[in-house]
Design a protein around this ligand. Sequence first.
Ligand code: F6P
Length: 319
Amino acid sequence: IRKIGVLTSGGDAPGMNAAIRAVVRTALHNDLEVYGIFNGYLGLYENNIRKLDRQDVSDRINRGGTFLGSARFPEFKEESVRRQAIKNLEQHGIDALVVIGGDGSYMGAKCLTEMGYPCIGLPGTIDNDVPGTEYTIGYNTALNCVLDAIDRLRDTSSSHRRISLVEIMGRHCGDLTLAAAVAGGAEYAIIPEKPFSEESLLRALDKGDSKGKKHAIICITEKITDTHELARRIEAHTGQETRATVLGHIQRGGAPGAFDRVLASQMGAFSVALLMEGEGGRCVGIQNNRLVHHDIIEAIEKMPRPFNQDLFDTFKKLV
Ligand code: F6P
């Protein structure tokens, strides 16, 4: 292997730059050439590809977002689009590709691998919903961002004796919400892994009232229900002022924390080592504090992410 390509795809996540940096620096250290593909799979299709050197990744490790850019590009599902992408890679003489992104990006990497083009997937998303790893790059930083928001909401909701409903990202994964609820001392967590019963939420709030709680924080994962409407119904039921806060894309930005920088650096370096050993079609993860790699096709098809039931049970006892 002589030339490696690297791209970031899907929703950006803090630590992606650190991962790209690790890919570039490890490759150069081993006398390989590295090519940056700009704007994810869209850039791959449009041939937006440029050789990177060590200065391209200087002063990037502490930056949020991804300097390579990212895009949602559903057209990559079409085989003809992927064929063009492979043609572009071959035109540059790029032997293999490192894809940093979430599960959608893994699908693209899986399809390229199935077409005979070797890819390595690195888990980069704040959602923590990627198979084959306990943590994704960006999750820890986003968690701290959500926690900071909850701490701030606690100040104001306790001053006003209000109920605060906080909508948190995660798509179909409740990891961010649950961990933030535990760390932020919330009263209730509504997550996609558990059926949502509005009745039991209202009952829990009544119970809190009888326990002498003067205010409450409720964490809810996005896309479960209309958060503003739910706040109105809670207020109508409890008679207590209720405010909804949708955290939105704030959660995706900002400087990566130390955990994500270290994780991204390790994973980036590991992906190059795998390619040099002749591995392709793998995805990288961290499990039991060790770097691991799995067959990317198997990971997507057969490795559902386990739900942290223990943490959920603990949360319920601490309310
Ligand atoms: O996958 C990351 C994520 O931030 C999800 O939490 C969220 O549902 C989605 O991306 C938002 O996507 P977009 O930035 O395209 O609106």
